[in-house]
Write a protein of this length. Structure first.
Length: 236
């Protein structure tokens, strides 16, 4: 399937503006799991692949799964191995599965590719009072119970952590484009979100107004957040 021009632009905004906001989360998880040479890592819903690049920079063998063709194309421009569906059964099982915000059913479909005792990492928003992005997005995404997801998937809990993960932008325009690229604010025509609640012009106007309290004197936008991650192990 060929991406629409709008979808391609949204994907590029994710790759060029938004994706780097999650680097503190990626690095904290990799430090915790000692990701490095010899680690085989599978990134579920990997986007444009920045998490894979960081893992590869540590010496890991990283593969991504991304259903969105525009994002998958950008990841491949970075010379990453990214496929449309989990490689199950895998030729060699993976040691780590990153499943930060997996689509429904995606986690279950990817678990058979992970070795017994391998790590599965889930992540989501931290305490509501410590996260500004959900408020900007008009109530924002529902905070998932990561422990319930772990239990429902039949995984064995093996620790958790919190990471300060601010979203910082040079100006309001970059902030609007970056936030729209997350898919957390449904916009007609972008392929993001289930509801297509607003046309792009209206969505941009609403977000720009919501960002005013977070603009600094120099025009930069600063949205502090705490993200939580959970590490679990495959028991079979």
């Amino acid at each position: 399937m060929t991406p629409t021009p709008t979808a391609t632009l949204v994907a590029r905004d994710w790759a060029e503006i938004q994706e780097r906001m999650l680097v503190p989360l990626y690095e904290a998880v990799y430090d915790r799991l000692e990701v490095g040479p010899g680690t085989r890592l599978l990134g579920l819903d990997c986007g444009a692949g920045l998490a894979l690049l960081l893992a590869a920079g540590r010496g890991a063998a990283a593969t991504g799964v991304e259903a969105d063709p525009a994002l998958r194309a950008l990841a491949r421009e970075r010379l990453l191995e990214v496929v449309a569906a989990p490689p199950v059964p895998a030729a060699r099982p993976y040691d780590v599965l990153l499943a930060f915000e997996p689509a429904p059913g995606a986690l279950a479909s990817a678990l058979p590719a992970v070795r017994r005792g391998g790590a599965v990492v889930l992540a989501g928003w931290g305490p509501a009072e410590r996260c500004t992005v959900p408020a900007v997005l008009g109530g924002g995404p529902v905070v998932r119970d990561l422990d319930a997801v772990t239990e429902g998937a039949g995984l064995v809990p093996d620790g958790s952590g919190r990471v300060f993960c601010p979203f910082g932008y040079a100006d309001a325009d970059s902030a609007v484009r970056g936030l729209l690229s997350t898919g957390l604010y449904p916009v007609a025509g972008t392929g993001a979100g289930p509801g297509a609640a607003a046309d792009p012009a209206l969505a941009e106007k609403e977000l720009a107004e919501a960002l005013h309290p977070y603009e600094r004197a120099d025009g930069a936008v600063w949205l502090p957040n705490i993200l939580r991650y959970v590490i679990a192990r495959v028991a079979w």
